[in-house]
Design a protein around this ligand. Sequence first.
Ligand code: MN3
Length: 197
Amino acid sequence: MIDLPALPYAKNALDPHMSERTFDFHYEKHHAAYVNNVNNMIRDTALEGKSIEDIVADVAGDDHRAGLFNNAAQVWNHTFFWNSLSPSGGGAPSSEIGKRIDADFGSYESFREAFSQAAITQFGSGWAWLIDDGGKLDVVKTANADTPLAHGKKALLTIDVWEHAYYLDYQNKRPVFIDAYLDHLANWEFAEQNLTA
Ligand code: MN3
């Protein structure tokens, strides 16, 4: 049995960049449905009682359990996404993560361009990520439910670019949503915690 984790802020805390109405659907309906689907699929199996990380690791790459992988990875990805957002987020980070971004991308602006392009060019549904790839920061995009967790990479920060993430607030304008994320929402304290964990 896995639980739908509580949000780290109120559902209206990110307004106007991400509305309470978006959380009513994206968190209360989409994320909750992934949790329910996982629980239905692991009931009375060896995976019942395992952590979401262990479930993802166990089924990753197994074509016969793609349905469970997709739902479990989406549970993990969404929890990670809520934590990647902050009412006081966005802009260029300072501290250790800021130094690492300067070192590995050249500048915050170069990182911003790489992350934005990954998020814009992910065709269809998916995610863009800042990851720590064996000691070097990198930006990657993943399709559908795929996640760095399934590839042995350490995720630091993510944006959900499935249409359900932005359609209520931005309609088809994914790039405007990505700008709002980068300038007002990106939770660098969470990224820093992941970097040093
Ligand atoms: Mn989503």
